[in-house]
Design a protein around this ligand. Structure first.
Ligand code: ARG
Length: 462
């Protein structure tokens, strides 16, 4: 069972402590289907170069099919003694085809170009899975905005009441961020679509193999690596993938934080569905937003995966170094975390109840219409500097009297400034303030309806 890929020049087998340190099979086994796909493509270019005859190729492909089936149903797995997935699968092939034929497949390839290729294939598949999960979330947020068209809420800066906005406008802001993340995944994929297969250990192969044919068979639209040293040692594709997943995590965490706050007794803007909340083991009354909290927490982990990988890559000389074996776990983990998080997160948002009345009631609170007084004055020729002062004075009077802006009397307005005629009340309603911001990107119902339509169209094209 103890098949090593070297051995020729070694008088001793590896120490057990080395084997335990060196083993990656427990985490790189997930590359097995990709390794076998790579082996099929490699067998074909070996045959085309005259290194396998037709019968050998047919037997090789048939052996690889059997191995693939045994991997798929779990009857063949790697062990610590195999070290990694590539070695384990070579053992599997030797066991099925015998050493004569089984031993021919390794010609002209190295685990260095194999692993660099398979890692890309795996991540490209998962970029597509993540893109689908992200689209589900975008769709859910768009539906949430669509279902509450006229609901106003307090828009915030510095987490203080700033200006009223439509709830739909706020939700669609998150959709914008997520659609850029989805775009990042697609752009990443186009860059990652280059196959290192054929780079060998670092210098390429002397056997007349065609890396472009392998690249085409494995679905790499960008062809094969232009430089075999780069092909085997570049991991910026993995770091960039880790960045995009970390960015998704950060964008989720910003939604999560709002859900947590909105779900408090003090805010009471939303109520989470029982199926997407958890209880407390001691406090019977509790209903906790654990999904949002896990999203917030996991974003830290995703950032850690990115920074850990960058630290591994920093100052690493060319070409392959064993340090690079540390590249896979963090990025696999980022896939795994988002693939369990996104469905739960989307479910939480799809089922929460929006307390529109509560939001709308608070929309004008905190003097959030003060800017509208200033802009009303500007439209009447007052320089904004002065208008800002006058509106600030209105707030001061209100604060002293414990009233809201629309409760100022005509006399109080006139006393603050003769320019403040009773018509100023036209803009002292939330509806008026919203409707006035009708340019592209603004919070007026017409502008938000246009944004919503655009977001739907973007998602359909995504
Ligand atoms: N398991 C290794 C990795 O993940 C690939 C094997 C390359 N090993 C070597 N000694 N050249 O990077």
């Amino acid at each position: 069972a103890d098949i090593k890929l070297w051995g020729g020049r070694f008088a001793h087998g590896p120490a057990e402590a080395l084997e335990r340190l060196s083993a990656s099979v427990h985490f790189d086994w997930r590359l097995a289907p990709y390794d076998i796909a790579g082996s099929r493509a490699h067998a074909r270019v070996l045959a085309r170069a005259g290194l396998l005859d037709e019968q050998e190729l047919a037997a090789m492909l048939e052996g690889l099919d059997r191995l693939a089936a045994d991997v798929a149903d779990g009857s063949f797995t790697g062990t610590v003694a195999d070290e990694d997935v590539h070695t384990a699968l070579e053992r599997g092939l030797l066991e099925r085809l015998g050493p004569e034929l089984g031993g021919k497949l390794r010609a002209g390839r190295s685990r260095n170009d194999q692993v660099a290729t398979l890692f890309r294939m795996y991540l490209r598949d998962h970029a597509r899975i993540l893109g689908g999960l992200l689209a589900d979330l975008q769709e859910t947020l768009i539906a949430l905005a669509d279902a509450h068209p006229g609901v106003a809420m307090p828009g915030r800066t510095h987490f203080q009441h700033a200006q009223p906005v439509l709830f739909a406008h706020h939700v669609l802001a998150h959709v914008q961020a997520l659609s850029r993340d989805a775009e990042r995944l697609r752009q990443w994929d186009a860059r990652a679509a280059v196959s290192p297969y054929g780079s060998g250990a670092l210098a390429g192969s002397s056997l007349g193999l065609d890396p472009e044919a392998v690249a085409a068979e494995l679905g790499f639209e960008g062809g094969s690596s232009a430089n075999s040293i780069d092909g085997t040692s570049a991991r910026d594709f993995a770091a960039e993938f880790a960045f995009v997943t970390a960015m998704i995590g950060v964008d989720l965490s910003r939604i999560a934080e709002e859900v947590i706050v909105w779900n408090t007794k003090e805010f009471s803007f939303v109520t989470l569905h029982d199926a997407f909340s958890t209880g407390s083991s001691i406090m019977p009354q509790k209903k906790n937003p654990d999904i949002a909290e896990l999203a917030r927490g996991k974003s830290g982990r995703l950032i850690g995966n990115l920074t850990g990988l960058l630290a591994t890559l920093k100052a690493l000389p060319l070409a392959y170094n064993r340090d690079l074996q540390e590249d896979k776990e963090p990025v696999f983990d980022s896939c795994d975390q988002l693939e369990v998080l996104l469905p739960a997160f989307t479910g939480m948002l799809a089922t929460l109840t929006v307390n529109g009345e509560r939001m709308a009631a608070l929309a004008p609170a905190g003097f959030s219409l003060a800017t509208d007084i200033a802009e009303w004055l500007v439209k009447r020729g007052v320089p904004f500097r002065d208008a800002h002062e006058v509106a600030g004075e209105c707030v001061k009077v209100c604060e002293a009297e414990g009233i809201e802006l629309d409760q100022l009397t005509d006399e109080q307005f006139a006393k603050i400034s003769p320019r403040l005629t009773p018509e100023v009340r036209e803009v002292l309603t939330v509806e008026g303030a919203l409707a006035a911001r009708s340019a592209r990107g603004g919070t007026a119902p017409v502008a938000v309806a246009a944004q919503l339509a655009e977001a739907k169209g973007d998602l359909d094209r995504q």
